[in-house]
Design a protein around this ligand. Structure first.
Ligand code: AP5
Ligand code: MG
Length: 225
């Protein structure tokens, strides 16, 4: 990253917009730590923790996990990275106005802020199609798509060589529920960040490469300022 400037970014966008896909590419280019609240919660579930048990029913139904279960855990992870000198690339957090405000307040206490919000804009028709073909690595979280971004070997992660899985919340009826909840509770965050002058909207119906290029242009500009 230019100089030692630490920047913090949010990837905003509906289910299937490509937040995880783009994050994995961006962290290869920039010294940012990818923090996906969904991945954090799925890891808690796999480890069978109390939190993991508590969030299961919400996640599988496509509902948001209550703020009081998710905010503290994610913000603690963010603070840990920042105090160790690394900027963060947030994926799936914040997702409600309450989460966004709590995040701002906590960052402010340690003299950091969110520098840019990349809003991946995708029409609803394309979301369901993307989710149906998604497969993910249960070990590293890397995301594939049967048609648009297949693994090199059939159903195996390119990196970890473990069997890819389909997420339980990718069933069509659950996806539709997640889209409704996104529109209701998360989409208003665009206005929240627009009012702060840090919202950058990218057309997420383009190819994976084109989207990455557009995001790189935005991040490079943020790093120059
Ligand atoms: P989370 O894991 O965050 O899910 P999500 O936001 O619904 O987003 P996805 O991970 O489904 O999509 P993505 O944008 O990462 O797309 P991807 O890159 O995989 O959250 C899951 C659940 O956890 C929530 O429902 C909730 O219960 C809970 N939760 C998490 N955070 C929370 C919070 N802050 N508060 C409360 N609850 C919370 O891409 C999708 C597919 O499309 C892939 O197959 C990919 O290969 C393909 N693809 C990507 N880009 C392209 C492209 N340009 N062209 C063609 N195909 C593409
Ligand atoms: Mg994701």
């Amino acid at each position: 990253m230019a100089g030692n400037k630490i920047i913090n970014l949010v990837l905003l966008g509906p289910p299937g917009a490509g937040k995880g896909t783009q994050a994995k590419r961006l962290i290869e280019r920039y010294p940012l730590v990818h923090l996906s609240s969904g991945d954090i919660l799925r890891a808690e579930r796999s480890a069978g923790t109390e939190l993991g048990q508590a969030v299961k029913e919400y996640m599988d139904a496509g509902k948001l996990v209550p703020d009081e279960l998710v905010t503290e855990v994610v913000i603690n992870r963010i603070k840990k990275e920042l105090t160790e000198g690394r900027g963060v690339l947030l994926d799936g957090f914040p997702r409600t106005e309450r989460q966004a405000k709590d995040l701002d307040a906590e960052l402010d206490k340690i003299d950091y802020k969110i520098d840019g919000v990349i809003d991946l804009d995708l029409p609803v028709e394309l979301i369901v199609e993307r989710m149906a073909g998604r497969r993910s690595c249960p070990q590293c979280g890397r995301v594939y798509h049967l048609q648009a971004n297949p693994p090199e070997e059939d159903n195996l992660c390119d990196e970890c060589k473990v069997e890819l899985i389909q997420r339980p919340d990718d069933k069509e009826d659950v996806v539709r529920k997640r889209i409704d909840i996104y529109e209701e509770q998360t989409a208003p965050l665009r206005e929240y960040y627009k009012n702060k002058g840090i919202l950058y909207t990218v057309d997420a119906s383009a190819t994976i490469d084109e989207i990455t290029e557009n995001i790189i242009r935005i991040i490079d500009r943020l790093l120059e300022n």
